[in-house]
Write a protein that binds this ligand. Sequence first.
Ligand SMILES: [Zn+2]
Length: 244
Amino acid sequence: MTRSSGVLLFTFAAVAALTGGTTTGTGNAGAAYPTALRSGAPVGRRYYCSRSEGERQLRNLAANSDTEDAWIFLETCSLWVDVGEKETPSSVTIDMSFLTSLLGGARQEGVRLSLFHIHPRSVLAKDRIYPPAANDIYCLVNLKHILREKCNAQVTAYVLDGEGVWNYDVTEQFESSFFRSEHDWRTSLSASELMRQRYADFMMDYCTLVEPATLHAAPSREERIDACIQRIRALGVSVSYIPQ
Ligand SMILES: [Zn+2]
């Protein structure tokens, strides 16, 4: 993955763009926002708290929320922003147009952000595990591609399942396999057809390889998690899990 060298810092202008306010002097632009994250809030709701405090709150939400939801965390201004809409117990949609307009103001400096979403333990089956789903990985592929192109942004992704945190990522090679921009004369498929085919192939691979490991492929939860990790990695996706 292409990474900018050195530490990325926001200018005051960029902080103002992200916090939705104006900054003068050394004042803290995010301090006016609430500090308690909640699920089901509208896209764009901002919260001001540290990464560790926000992650602590998300662990609670993952254990107790009725629905999924998604947030980004911007390290340089300790800002959490709700980016999830259409929240249901088993899905959430990321508002990409909001995200690109939010981050567009910081394009020149570049921005690194963490994307979090929750798989709510209280409404999901107790006898299986919930790693990053095939659609989560596909969403990350699209999100990384779009945010890098439009906003000069680098993304790391996490999902909390109420008992721990999954960290997952895709390589540029994996990403580019979805975004081959040229017509493939050997198969006579257009770029959009190739992308649909790659998506369908990936969903099928995930369904046949990973899904069974989330159920009863191994006797203990830890063994099922290990099996899932090995199988997701075999698809070209890096993944790890930290129990809470
Ligand atoms: Zn998910």
